[in-house]
Design a protein around this ligand. Sequence first.
Ligand code: PEP
Ligand code: CO
Length: 446
Amino acid sequence: MNELDPPRIPAGWRARPASQQPVYPDAAELAAVTADLRGRPPLVFAGEVDSLRAQMAAASRGRAFVLMGGDCAETFRENTANHIRLKLQTILQMAAVLTYGASTPVVKIGRMAGQYAKPRSRADETRDGVTLPSYRGDSVNDHAFTPRARTPDPRRMLDAYLRAGTTLNLIRSFTMGGYADLREVHSWNRGFTANPAYKRFEAFAEEIDRAMRFMEAAGVDFDALRQVDFYSAHEALLLEYEDAMIRVDSRSGRLYDTSAHLLWVGERTRGPQDAHVTLLTGVHNPVGVKIGPDTGPHDVVALIDRLNPTGEAGRLSLITRMGAGRLREALPPLVEAVRADGRPVTWITDPMHGNTITADNGYKTRRFEAIMEEVRAFFEVHRALGTVPGGIHVELTGDDVTEVLGGGEHIDEAGLAERYETLVDPRLNHQQSLEMAFELAEMLKV
Ligand code: PEP
Ligand code: CO
């Protein structure tokens, strides 16, 4: 990357409809922040982004499986070494199990190091007769319900940039410095299956044990396996921030959004002619689009026309979030349309966002069983149609929170109150994440 190159940014998005954007009170301050960001170093590098593209292409063919996970909304408060390490550990543990189940490499991507902006169903929130702007994520405003906290502040984008950078730095040292050692990760998984609540996975963990003993006997160099590739992703929601992070790669002359390796567009902002999609048409990163149950076959083809006109494998992932009850009817026509079109996509399931419910005691939650049901349905549909289920996208944390109902710990509605910490959507906790990975690995084996 050469930050001195004049930015040849695809400014076309500014002329397009842009929903879900904060209204900043001070335009001059916004301009100063984005000018500052434009001069800062990239957070990710073109070569890394290209490797991820190649791995997303492998996943579209069933030669790899994508595991994308992390918070619904990262927060500045939880931008600590411990939170980052536990989340990374959870994803690495899941990946080890899935690698065995799928017998393919697992592409590890964190909803981390930049997942700081959220689309909201309402622009404002009213409490006790007081109306203020909605919380839109820590890169926009603060969650506290005061006029000052809720006023969008562009300087928060700089804070988000710096925190994303320190998060990536820690991830890079963990994944390059031996923390991801497969033997270590597997021993954590043995700890999980030793818990009586998860006894049913013990035989599976023993199979992995045996496979590892075989690898060792056959002379596999485990030390060479101590380093893993780990990528970052977030929703490209905040147009000014993403625009300011675009850089020209001096080697290829291409534009990259250097805020993360992969960017996705959310269900609420995915209009093919709208600003968010337009911004991503101009960069070379692998991109994703969230697809809800009301998406039509023409919509997905229009998205392919815009985001992957030349049909390069690995460029575009469609992340379906249909709801367990609707996927079997809503997904097949889309898969058929994409197949008829012929340009490749990587199909990924997000079994979280179509299964959000409100518990009787008011908590926004999801049922573990509904989440697993959507995953199962996703696999069944693709297997029936002969297409490739390429990966999974989940909201999780490494902490012992109680936000999702059910699972081996049988979290019930009353139990949600114990440790409900998310500011936006409910996340699988550490144990529920591993339970999902073991169940999914069994699905992948067949
Ligand atoms: C999300 O991933 O947190 C999100 C808001 O998803 P969607 O756009 O699918 O609703
Ligand atoms: Co969410």
